[in-house]
Write a protein that binds this ligand. Structure first.
Ligand code: 3PG
Ligand code: MG
Length: 390
């Protein structure tokens, strides 16, 4: 794991692209947004990531460029995967920024995740410059993220640059106490970041899906909860390390055979202080844990929150996430919130205005804090127009 994020040093910015009038600019955005059903069609359920890139798109349009965006949406099985087609996203973009184009889902082509050079060639064909404004996917070494800067004059978009600046400042000189809350279910993506965040923060509060691997590493029985057995050693090392990591003392769980999700009600729900019985599925932090976490947050001068505390889309398991959202918003700390789920939980509670900065990135934010750099940033620093830039 690396040290502090390198920040903006060496990163080419929009001004480094030179004159843009009449030029065609390819902009990598992350419009991987949640969709929802509206009658018989899909619509964008949360356009936060689209609005986040509007300043960059408007900056380019105002300078006379022809702007075409490209993005992934979900993790499609193939081009027929209707839930990953970009029609609804294109409609939302057209309403917010008329005249800007949008290519079809990049991940419909296997060359995108494989970073196939032939796919990069096809992608940049006909373009004069490339802008990356997709902070939230900058941790993926995919073709559209790392390929174009090897071919075209390139720059970080306004949003990408802001994300890097805020997150770099957050860990380089935080006001203390610095309290981090980490949750969410992408365990493999996030576990590695806990150690790095623990080094920068005074305390790391762990909830959500990843908490169960930590609890199991402490010898607790976690029933049927999410568990990554390949990471138990790593969790033990983090818990034995110098950082102060706090785990849930109580857990809200669902009985065997129950089901969960928005609007579900099947199964019995109970809170357990210690071990979970066989077959029970931990889906939220308990009330005592939520109160303890809220108390830590109330005393913080800097807050980093990434990932929900449970399956908050199901009202039976929303309390822990809501408590963290409320405590973060109520705090006068400098507060940075990241990850699509945390952003949705804040917005749903009407609290999005009450935090200092909402990052578009979840995994990317943690990867930057853990590694000090991201493949998408390194690619921009190596672009032909970036050499020697400070
Ligand atoms: C995200 O939503 O986290 C980003 O868009 C990256 O998506 P991915 O985890 O499918 O690569
Ligand atoms: Mg606040």
């Amino acid at each position: 794991m690396g040290g502090r994020p390198a920040g903006l040093a060496g990163l080419p910015l929009l001004d480094d692209l030179g004159p843009l009038r009449g030029r065609r600019v390819l902009v990598r955005v992350d419009f991987n947004v949640p969709l929802e059903r509206d009658g018989d069609r899909w619509v964008v359920a949360d356009d936060y990531r689209i609005r986040a890139s509007l300043p960059t798109l408007e900056w380019l349009v105002a300078r006379g460029a022809t702007v075409v965006c490209c993005t992934h949406l979900g993790r499609p099985s193939g081009p027929d995967d209707a839930r990953c087609q970009l029609g609804p996203v294109r409609d939302a973009l057209e309403a917010l920024c008329p005249g800007v184009g949008l290519l079809e889902n990049l991940r419909f082509d296997p060359g995108e995740p494989a970073n196939d050079p032939a796919f990069v060639d096809r992608l940049v064909d006909g373009f004069d410059a490339y802008v990356n404004d997709a902070f939230s996917v900058a941790h993926r070494p995919h073709a559209s993220v790392v390929g174009p800067p090897t071919r075209l004059p390139s720059a970080a978009g306004l949003r990408l640059a802001t994300e890097v600046e805020v997150l770099t400042d957050l860990v380089s000189s935080p006001a203390r106490p610095f309290v981090a809350v980490l949750g969410g279910a992408k365990v493999a993506d996030k576990l590695g970041a806990v150690a790095a965040v623990a080094r920068a923060a005074d305390v790391v509060l762990v909830g959500g899906g990843m908490a169960y691997t930590f609890l199991a590493a402490q010898g607790r029985a976690v029933g049927a909860s999410l568990l990554d057995p390949s990471r138990l050693e790593e969790c033990r090392a983090v818990l034995d390390g110098s950082g102060h990591v706090e785990l849930p003392s109580d857990v809200v769980a669902l009985s065997p055979g129950g089901s969960y999700g928005a609007g579900e009600s099947a199964g019995e729900v109970a809170t357990f202080d210690g071990d979970l019985p066989d077959g029970w599925l931990g889906l939220d932090i308990g009330e005592a844990t939520a109160a303890a976490f809220a108390k830590e947050l109330a005393g913080a001068a800097t807050i980093l929150w990434n990932g929900p505390m449970g399956a908050f889309e199901d009202a039976r398991f929303a309390h822990g996430t809501e408590a963290v959202a409320q405590a973060t918003a109520a705090s006068r700390a400098f507060s940075v919130v990241g990850g699509g789920d945390s952003e949705r939980a804040l917005s749903a509670a009407g609290l999005a205005e009450d935090v200092s900065f909402i990052s578009t990135g979840g995994g990317a934010m943690l990867a930057l804090l853990a590694d000090g750099d991201l493949p998408g940033l390194a690619a921009l620093r190596a672009a032909p127009n970036a050499r020697g830039r400070r």
